[in-house]
Design a protein around this ligand. Structure first.
Ligand SMILES: [Zn+2]
Length: 357
């Protein structure tokens, strides 16, 4: 980690403070709303006098292209002493269609922990914060646009290894120059983010991905190995980890990302037992899905309609693989993930599809 950071500095020379000056929170908010408008035709109209649980919350009426009500969306972006760490999406009211066929629309919210504006600057987001905002908004769209009949299948009520597809795929738009240039403006001068800074950001995104990907795969596989044990009575944790590392041919240079005693995903609760793989798997889906947008145009109406109808609106009403195939036209392959992480160069270098593995 020490040397990786040195290499990153030497090769990419990214000044985080310089970058964040182009990302005042209100600009990024415009960015997510513009993305949703251009993809799905929805608009966000603030309801200033709506009831809210904290004065820092902003409430929006979400309308479709004909001005019809789609959802209520609430944002709660700043830290407060009473707020837990992290960022998340949830709902105050789920959507469903009642037995008379009437659609009940949802109330969805996003919570983050960004720093407040200061006396002389607005709230400036780091590049990770920007990704977080697009990520949680992607979950938000899953909830807002749901057309599932049952609450239990609406929006993010899907399989855990599918639920990060809508969130992660929308992170890609944040780094697309076409959208980036419309919202990333310097908070003092109003200058649009320069091309050379965009190029640097894009180049830095593949830094050290060989190591990181191996580390993630190692953690996911260790988690699955723990889950396959039927008897843990006299298990020695360290030797079990060593044994798994040797079965996996884990390179000596890559240590486990988490040692088992503090690997929360495995032992923290049942929710993520054998579920650490879901992050990488969702990335297979989101990078593969986003390549379709890259091929057709990132705001191509037909591709956006297909993603909306086959993924966002369906929630967990159908098998996730069926939904993905309806959108993508085929099963996912890991090629796009490898390209996105800079691990293979071009489309000619195909690895086997998952189907064959
Ligand atoms: Zn998420």
């Amino acid at each position: 980690y020490y040397y990786a950071e040195k290499v990153r500095k030497a090769k990419y020379d990214l000044d985080e403070d310089e970058v964040s000056q182009y990302f005042p929170l209100e600009n990024v908010r415009k960015g997510i709303f513009e993305m949703a408008n251009r993809l799905y035709g929805i608009t966000f109209v603030e309801i200033p006098d709506a009831p809210k649980y904290d004065p820092e919350v902003t409430v929006y009426d979400v309308l479709d292209s004909e001005g019809k009500h789609v959802a209520v969306f609430m944002t709660d972006y700043f830290t407060r002493p009473s707020k837990r760490q992290g960022a998340w999406m949830s709902e105050f009211k789920g959507s469903y269609i009642d037995d008379k066929g009437i659609a009940h629309r949802p109330i969805i919210y996003n919570v983050c922990n960004f720093s407040h504006p200061t006396a002389d600057a607005p709230a400036l987001l780091s590049i990770d914060n920007v990704a977080t905002m697009f990520h949680e908004f992607g979950h938000g769209l899953h909830g807002m646009l749901s057309r599932a009949k049952y609450k239990s299948q609406a929006g993010t009520n899907t399989d855990r290894d599918f639920v990060e597809l809508p969130s992660q795929i929308h992170e890609h738009w944040a780094m697309e120059p076409e959208l980036l240039k419309s919202f990333a403006r310097h908070y003092k001068t109003g200058e649009t983010i320069p091309d050379d800074l965009i190029a640097k950001l894009q180049a830095a995104s593949t830094h050290n991905q060989g190591f990181t990907t191996t580390e993630l795969a190692g953690a996911a596989l260790l988690d699955l190995k723990w889950g396959q044990l039927t008897n843990t009575d006299s298990i020695d944790v360290e030797s079990f980890e060593r044994e798994v590392a040797s079965q996996l041919n884990m390179p000596a240079e890559v240590q486990y990302r988490y040692r088992s005693p503090y690997f929360k995903h495995v032992f923290g609760s049942d929710e993520y037992s054998c579920g650490y793989y879901t992050y990488l798997w969702a990335e297979v889906l989101d990078t593969d899905g986003f390549e379709l947008f890259k091929e057709k145009g990132i705001f191509d109406p037909e591709t956006a309609r297909s993603f909306r109808e086959n993924v966002l609106e369906m929630g967990g009403s159908e098998d996730p693989m069926e939904l993905f195939i309806k959108f993508r036209g085929r099963k996912p392959t890991p090629d796009a993930l490898l390209r996105n992480r800079g691990l293979i160069e071009s489309k000619e270098l195909n690895v086997n599809t998952l189907e064959h593995k």
